[in-house]
Design a protein around this ligand. Structure first.
Ligand SMILES: NC(=O)c1ccc[n+]([C@@H]2O[C@H](COP(=O)([O-])OP(=O)(O)OC[C@H]3O[C@@H](n4cnc5c(N)ncnc54)[C@H](OP(=O)(O)O)[C@@H]3O)[C@@H](O)[C@H]2O)c1
Length: 252
């Protein structure tokens, strides 16, 4: 890739699921990708241009975030794709831990990113085509209720949407921030699990092709992180084939 076109991305939760699909696609396009996760031994290390920064978002300290921003060039894109999946080491206070990993850590990253970027850039000289793009992988459950997830998941998803709204107006013009919200996503190598699932059959009624997969979500995420403008900010972009527009008593 032409070095001038090479960009640098930070993907939180880039070792699995949607974050992994985003990281792989970006790396395969020739971009530099830094991933934040708790483990640093997974296969993605074999993909060129990918580095894992080992951080536990549950026990995040200001110093960890400062180190990341001090040690790297300003990121062209940051994607928050982490997902809390129960306690890593046994004892847990689920709702609090979920909030820390999926809401508090995002707020802290953005606050410190903003401070870092202010120090490094001259605010009178902002190039509106070269802003950083921040993207939270949201969910249709930030605005609607799904019976397969409990209250705490709905709460964190709607809190993530509030962060998008808040930071869209507190960016100093240095970044845009948006949310990309899918319904249930089929991750890579899990098609067989979902093919006969009632959810997949339900989606086929409306989309003809069933549930969305993580590669398609990744493609849209990358498009927003590479091509959106400073004016495209504060949005919750649903990627659900229009399904959430259907009147509720007409759902089969
Ligand atoms: N899957 C779906 O059907 C679906 C649908 C709609 C929206 N979403 C949203 O999409 C996002 C990604 O979900 P997913 O299902 O793709 O996630 P996932 O497959 O469970 O992956 C979660 C990622 O987060 C990292 N992570 C978890 N806890 C961490 C911690 N304490 N510190 C650092 N990293 C941590 C994991 O890495 P380590 O385990 O290595 O630390 C992993 O890379 C979430 O915001 C989710 O709400 C998912």
């Amino acid at each position: 890739m032409d070095v001038a076109k090479m960009k640098t991305f930070l993907i939180l939760g880039g070792t699995k699921g949607i974050g992994l699909s985003i990281s792989k696609q970006l790396a395969n396009e020739g971009h530099k990708v830094f991933i934040i996760s708790r483990d640093n031994y997974i296969n993605i290390e074999k993909i060129p241009n990918v580095k894992i920064i080992k951080v536990d978002l549950l026990n995040l300290e200001k110093q960890n975030i400062d180190e990341i921003f001090n040690n790297h060039p300003i990121f062209d894109g940051i994607c928050f794709a982490q997902r809390y999946r129960g306690s890593y080491k046994g004892k847990s206070n689920k709702s609090l831990e979920e909030y820390k990993v999926m809401v508090d850590s995002i707020a802290n990253f953005i606050i410190q990113f903003n401070q870092h970027i202010k120090k490094s850039k001259n605010s009178k000289n902002i190039n509106i085509d070269k802003i950083s793009r921040l993207l939270i992988i949201g969910s249709t459950y930030s605005t609607r209720i799904g019976k397969d997830q409990d209250w705490s998941y709905h709460s964190v998803k709607s809190a993530q949407l509030s962060l998008v709204k808040y930071f869209s107006l507190n960016s100093g013009g240095f970044f845009n921030i948006n949310m990309l919200s899918p319904g249930t996503v089929v991750k890579e190598n899990s098609d067989s699990f979902w093919s006969d699932h009632p959810k997949n059959k339900h989606w086929i009624e409306y989309t003809s092709v069933g549930l969305i997969n993580s590669k398609i979500v990744a493609k849209e995420a990358i498009n927003i992180m590479k091509n959106s403008s400073i004016y495209f900010t504060g949005n919750n972009v649903k990627i659900d084939s229009g399904l959430s527009n259907l009147y509720h008593d007409q759902l089969k």
